[in-house]
Write a new protein. Structure first.
Length: 430
RNA sequence: GGAUCGGUGGCCGAGUGGUCGAAGGCGCACGCCUGGAAAGUGUGUAGGCGGGAGACCGUCUCCAGGGUUCGAAUCCCUGUCGAUCCGCCA
């Protein structure tokens, strides 16, 4: 959702920003609708003002006992009614046209992100760790001897179908340990507020964060209308839906560990082996609610929170800033953090940290009252994974694998495994 | 699932047909009081949209949508959300 006044003030800048997304100029048609809309509003309100004035005088006429005037005014108000209704309908129609148009357009990309067509044009901005050298050919996570028994895709397929997994034993334990580790890091070292949220939400919330109306195909809905969240961004961000906050309340920084559900409708055939892409997975998600002037710094801060998790786990990663062609519709700037997976011999996305500006805040009507007074302003929202647990599990397993099929586990996780340090080739924790 | 009661400003809460954008309180802002603070005290304090250079003016908003009426926060209908009790259940 865009601010019509910003477009009015500087249509050229608006078109220039959209053109970076490969879109045709929109401002002239937007402004034409806006002008028509304002003319209709003015007409409707003028008619309404006349009717209101007459209605007010009706009572006075009655009080004076001026029956002739009373009847005349009554008739006048009655006549105006139809005209007002018609003008109002026309004004509403123009307003709806404008809203639909503004809602349907993607967010404006941030000035400092690169132009580009697709993911190949993303730009690396940070890299940590060396590409590990193995004295043997590293395998994918599900091929590691010590992992095979604890990562059961066949039983999961029986239970639920493809793109599900049943974890058991030491793998399930490691999976749980990762979630605990991440939450502790974020709450105790990064200052985020731990939150446990619903995973079923009202449709309205999916509009608030922008999953709807365009991307309903990607998510699941229950028979009675709830949506299963594709990410805790939905619940955490919508905490401030409809609120007017005191400025002193900001910044607000949340973290939650939740299940996430995605239909993966558009990714048939991609990443079908292993647990890289599942219909149901767990993720630790961070969301910040900040003043607009703080959003760029907050974006960097959140990126570092996610990076810190990977560093503590001894993983190699790189951070890229998405180019205009790869940027999500609702976002102004996104950092993807990609972890090195030896089994795939590639970097794969493990976290995505995004700055939405006021795009979501406008949809949610989430504002704050400036401390120095003045009109309420829209907040800025940011979200980022900190990080995807299933993918992190993959990374830990593939990077820790040994030639004998065992897995050495990162020191940071040892306390969460009651001192256990490795998975044996037979799949035992020891 | 059954029954009942509700939805009013940033928050709480009065208000059952016009004088209501709406008492009172909280919160917040500024002032007084104070050595300084607390307490006390005074004043102010909704949002959206439109017009206007501006002062300011108009219009809408008491969950949403319809209806009754010259006139609706108030009456009627529908929807929606919430609470409580009962039943069922982890």
């Amino acid at each position: 959702m865009h601010d019509i006044r910003t477009i009015r003030d500087n249509p050229a800048a608006f078109d220039a920003a959209l053109s970076r997304r490969g879109l045709e100029p929109q401002s002239s048609s937007i402004l034409a609708i806006d002008e028509a809309r304002r003319a209709k509003i003015l007409a409707a309100e003028t008619a309404q003002a006349e009717a209101n004035k007459a209605a007010k005088e009706v009572g006075a006429a009655k009080g004076r006992g001026d029956d002739a005037e009373f009847e005349r005014l009554r008739a006048l108000v009655g006549e105006k009614k139809a005209e007002i209704a018609r003008l109002n309908d026309e004004a509403k129609a123009e307003d709806a046209r404008l809203t639909d148009l503004l809602m349907g357009l993607p967010n404006l990309p941030h000035d400092d992100i690169p132009d580009g067509a697709d993911e190949n044009d993303n730009v690396e901005i940070h890299q940590h760790g060396a590409i590990p050298n193995f004295a043997f050919d590293p395998v994918e996570h599900f091929e590691i001897a010590g992992v095979k028994d604890g990562m059961d895709f066949e039983t999961a397929a029986k239970l639920s179908g493809s793109r599900f997994v049943l974890l058991s034993g030491s793998v399930a334990r490691l999976h749980r340990a990762l979630a605990q580790f991440m939450l502790d890091m974020h709450t105790e070292e990064h200052g985020l507020t731990e939150t446990a949220t619903p995973v079923l939400v009202r449709e309205e919330m999916m509009y608030g964060t922008g999953q709807l109306p365009k991307f309903g195909e990607d998510s699941y809905q229950t028979t009675n209308g709830w949506w299963l969240i594709p990410t805790a961004e939905v619940t955490l961000t919508n905490i401030v839906n409809g609120l007017t906050l005191e400025e002193s309340y900001l910044p607000r920084r949340y973290v939650a560990h939740t299940l996430c559900f995605r239909s993966e409708a558009g990714s048939a055939g991609r990443d079908t082996s292993g647990m890289l892409r599942q219909h149901q997975f767990e993720k630790v998600e961070m969301v910040s609610i900040v003043r607009p002037e703080d959003s760029a710094a907050e974006h960097q801060r959140m990126t570092e929170c996610a990076q810190n998790i990977l560093e503590k786990l001894g993983l190699t990663y790189r951070t890229v800033v998405l180019c205009t062609g790869d940027l999500g519709a609702g976002m102004r700037k996104t950092h993807d953090i990609e972890v090195w997976l030896p089994g795939q011999n590639a970097y794969r996305e493990i976290s995505s940290v995004s700055l939405a500006g006021d795009y979501q805040a406008r949809r949610m009507n989430a504002r704050y009252k400036p401390a120095e007074g003045g009109k309420p302003q829209f907040v800025n929202t940011l979200n980022g994974s900190g990080v995807a647990i299933g993918r992190c599990l993959i990374a830990v397993l593939e990077n820790g694998q040994q030639e004998d099929g065992s897995v050495d586990l990162p020191t940071a996780l040892h306390p969460y495994l009651r001192g256990k340090t490795r998975i044996t080739p037979a799949g035992e924790l020891e």
